[in-house]
Write a protein that binds this ligand. Structure first.
Ligand code: PA5
Length: 431
């Protein structure tokens, strides 16, 4: 994994990078030494090294049982309790395979919205299929997953009677919450979300690992990738070696220069959901106390034909972070055409990726020239290892960046406001 930052040079004062490098490293140390805000939620920092073989084997065994017994697995959860798994599964799946993973079972998600149509259509879809549910909620009390779980639990008990409990896996807090109580009462297979890992930092716990393993992907490789970046961003690394400290500082220096929107860009639609995970990670961690960079995303070249216009010519408060994939998985050449009415013969015999990479470079230069600073993160391939690297890189940089911004990156007080209003409107007792 490489971080390229030369296209921010004209947008920040170079001296600042040198001046604040130690500050960024101190904030990295604060994550390791637990000396700053939110220090009770830093379990993710060493997580890649602490996942022991018992827990991995348990996850893999449960995933294998779920795979053999079901056509569909419904993963119920919202926010940090679903986006990591969704992002990784979407990134690694083939695009046009009916069940996405091309193996049984199909993994679908629920409990991340309260749409009646979505839930109704899910129930219709499940009618002629054998399925199980993985229900994920750290607090065990979140409304969206609770609504979806109530509906599917009833359906499972109607169908499978006393055996329904074998079709429910719970991932929740070790001790607290309604879901924990329910799991204990009904003897559901349960995995624990560590106390010191918040939702949006939980993809490398059973929250992400179980659904990813059920979808057929290699969770050990994912963890190895995360370990690699954890080592590279360790407490003893210098600023030049520590790409997370560098990315965190650069985005904060841009923010100080009024670049308050960051667009995470991909040139491969498989990374669309990775950006959704990233938006939640950064949005919930940094957007507080009237501060924070607004995290947005775009899939290019698709979106060059929509918001590309704004990025090139609109208000100059946007910077881009591009995830560039060095090698595609497949090779496809543009054929020659006798009539050449589309005038593409000059590219005949070239890889499609050559055209995509040329679009990437052309866009980067155009945007930089148009006043949009550019950071590029290059990964070798879209595979488990490289996605694991990206996950840990963004988590580490998010922690450092939140501290540079002087907020607590590990709380989300603003999320409660809509809930209070919704409960009042619904007439929930006590509101
Ligand atoms: O990052 C977070 O903490 C949140 O996005 C939570 O993951 C989300 O609100 C879901 O919470 P819970 O797992 O308690 O249902």
């Amino acid at each position: 994994m490489k971080l390229e930052t030369k296209h921010v040079d004209n947008f920040i004062v170079k001296d600042c990078l040198i001046k604040f490098a130690d500050n960024s490293l101190e904030n990295n140390s604060a994550l390791h030494n637990k000396t700053k805000k939110g220090s009770d939620y830093l379990g993710w920092v060493n997580l890649p090294f602490e996942l022991n073989s018992d827990i991995i084997s348990d996850i893999e065994k449960t995933a294998s049982d779920l795979r053999t017994e079901n056509d569909v697995i419904v993963v119920i959860g919202i926010g940090g309790s679903y986006l990591g798994a969704k992002a990784v599964i979407e990134a690694l799946s083939k695009s046009f395979v009916p069940n996405r993973q091309n193996i049984k079972p199909m993994v679908v998600f629920a409990g991340n919205n309260i749409s009646e149509d979505y839930l109704y259509e899910l129930c219709e879809f499940l009618k002629d299929k054998s399925y199980s549910v993985i229900v994920i909620s750290k607090s065990g009390t979140t409304t969206e997953p609770a609504v979806a779980f109530r509906i599917l639990k009833k359906d499972l008990y109607n169908r499978y009677k006393n055996n329904a409990n074998k079709r429910i896996v719970v991932i929740t807090d070790k001790k607290k919450g309604a879901l924990k109580q329910l799991a204990d009462m009904n003897d559901y297979k349960t995995f624990v979300i560590p106390n010191d890992v918040g939702g949006r930092f939980s993809v490398l716990t059973p929250v992400g690992l179980l659904p990813i393993a059920v979808a057929g992907f290699d969770i050990k490789q994912l963890i190895d990738g995360a370990k690699n970046i954890a080592k590279q961003t360790g407490i003893k690394k210098s600023f030049d070696e520590n790409i997370a400290a560098k990315y965190a500082l650069i985005r904060n220096l841009l923010y100080k220069n009024n670049y308050n929107i960051e667009v995470l860009v991909n040139y491969n639609p498989k990374l669309k959901y990775f950006a959704e995970w990233w938006k939640q990670l950064y949005g919930e961690s940094e957007g507080k106390e009237g501060k924070g960079i607004f995290p947005a995303s775009a899939s290019f070249t698709t979106d060059l034909h929509s918001i590309g216009q704004y990025i090139q010519d609109g208000i100059r408060n946007i910077f881009e972070t591009v995830i560039s994939v060095k090698e595609p998985d497949n090779k496809l050449l543009l054929p020659s055409d006798y009539d050449n009415l589309d005038n593409l013969n000059y590219l005949a015999g070239r890889r499609i990726d050559h055209i995509n990479k040329s679009a990437e470079l052309g866009t980067k230069l155009a945007h930089v020239e148009g006043g949009v600073p550019n950071i590029t993160i290059e990964i070798q391939k879209i595979n488990e290892y490289c996605i694991g690297e990206l996950i840990y890189f963004f988590e580490k940089a998010c922690g450092i960046s939140g501290y540079l911004l002087d907020v607590n990156p590990f709380d989300q007080p603003g999320v409660e406001t809509y809930k209070t209003n919704m409960f009042k409107i619904l007439g929930k007792p006590g509101y």
